[in-house]
Design a protein around this ligand. Structure first.
Ligand SMILES: O=C(O)C(=O)[C@@H](O)CO
Ligand code: MG
Length: 249
C-alpha cells in the first residue's frame, strides 16, 4: 500500500517545506496539505522537486468557518477562494483541490454549492475537485456530512472531475458500515484518508480495524496513496510504526 502524509496534521512543528522533507525521509509516497497559503508556493515546489514527492491536494480557505462554497450569499468570495486554490495547486503541481462547503443547510445552500463546484470543475479540468463529508460531532452544522449526500451532489454537479474525498474517520462516525460505504462510493472517490476512531490518532487502535479496511481497499483495486490524516499528539516520527506493517501487507 502507498501512503500520503497529510501535513495539516503531521509534522506541524516544522515549516511546510521541511515537513515535506520529513515525510520523504520517513518513507511516505506523497504529501497533501490543508491550507498552505502562508508558504510561498515556490518554496513548497522546491521541496517537492527536491524529494520527488507528488502533492495530492490542498483545501480552499476556511474563511471564518469551514469554507464558503455552500453559503448562498457569499458566492463571489467562494469563487475567489476556489480560484486562489486552483492557482496555488497549479504552482505546486498538486492534483486536487478540496472545495470546502461551510456551515449551512437547505436548498439555497445546495444550489450555491453545486454552482460553485461547477465553477471549480470548469475552471480547472486538469484538477480533481474534491468534496468531503465531515462528521457532525467535529463539525456540527457543516453542509456535507454523509457519503449519500456527497454522491447526490456529485451526480447533480455532473462533471467528470468532481469526486468524493472518502475520509474513513468521518464516515465511520457518520453511520459506519464502512466496507459497504467504500464499495458504494469507490467509483466516485478521488482520494481516501484515514485515522483511528474515535480519537483521530494513528490507524492502529480504536473501534475501526484498519487491517480489514486497508485489505478491502486493496481488494477493490485502489492503488493511489492513502492519506494519513491523524493527530499525532507529540513527535510525528514516533507514531509511524503502522506504516511498515501495512506497506508489507
Ligand atoms: O478534516 C478533514 O478531514 C479534512 O480532510 C480537512 O481537509 C478539512 O477540514
Ligand atoms: Mg479528511
Amino acid at each position: 500500500m502507498k501512503f500520503s502524509a497529510n501535513l495539516g496534521f503531521l509534522w506541524t512543528d516544522l515549516p511546510l517545506p521541511d515537513a515535506v522533507r520529513a515525510a520523504h525521509a520517513a518513507g511516505f509516497d506523497a504529501v497533501e496539505f490543508h491550507w498552505p497559503y502562508d508558504t510561498p508556493a515556490a518554496d513548497l515546489r522546491a521541496a517537492l522537486e527536491e524529494t520527488g514527492l507528488p502533492a495530492l491536494g490542498i483545501n480552499t480557505v476556511r474563511g471564518e468557518g469551514n469554507g464558503l462554497s455552500a453559503l448562498p450569499d457569499r458566492v463571489e468570495e467562494a469563487r475567489a477562494a476556489i480560484d486562489q486554490a486552483i492557482t496555488y495547486a497549479h504552482e505546486i503541481e498538486a492534483g486536487a483541490v478540496h472545495v470546502m462547503a461551510g456551515f449551512s443547510e437547505g436548498e439555497a445552500a445546495r444550489d450555491a454549492f453545486v454552482g460553485n463546484l461547477r465553477h471549480a470543475c470548469d475552471a480547472a479540468p486538469d484538477l480533481t475537485v474534491l468534496i468531503e463529508p465531515l462528521n457532525r460531532h467535529d463539525a456540527p452544522g457543516y453542509f456535507l456530512s454523509t457519503s449519500a449526500q456527497a454522491r447526490d451532489i456529485i451526480a447533480t454537479v455532473d462533471r467528470p472531475n468532481v469526486k468524493l474525498m472518502f475520509d474513513c474517520y468521518h464516515l465511520q462516525i457518520m453511520g459506519g458500515d464502512l466496507t459497504r460505504q467504500l464499495r458504494d462510493c469507490l467509483a466516485v472517490t478521488g482520494h481516501i484518508q484515514f485515522a483511528s476512531v474515535p480519537d483521530r490518532g494513528p490507524p492502529n487502535g480504536g473501534e475501526l480495524s484498519y487491517d480489514h479496511v486497508f485489505a478491502e481497499i486493496a481488494r477493490l483495486g485502489w492503488e493511489a496513496p492513502l492519506g494519513a490524516e491523524y493527530k499525532p499528539r507529540g513527535d510525528t516520527g514516533a507514531t509511524l510504526g503502522w506504516m511498515d506493517r501495512y506497506r508489507r501487507a
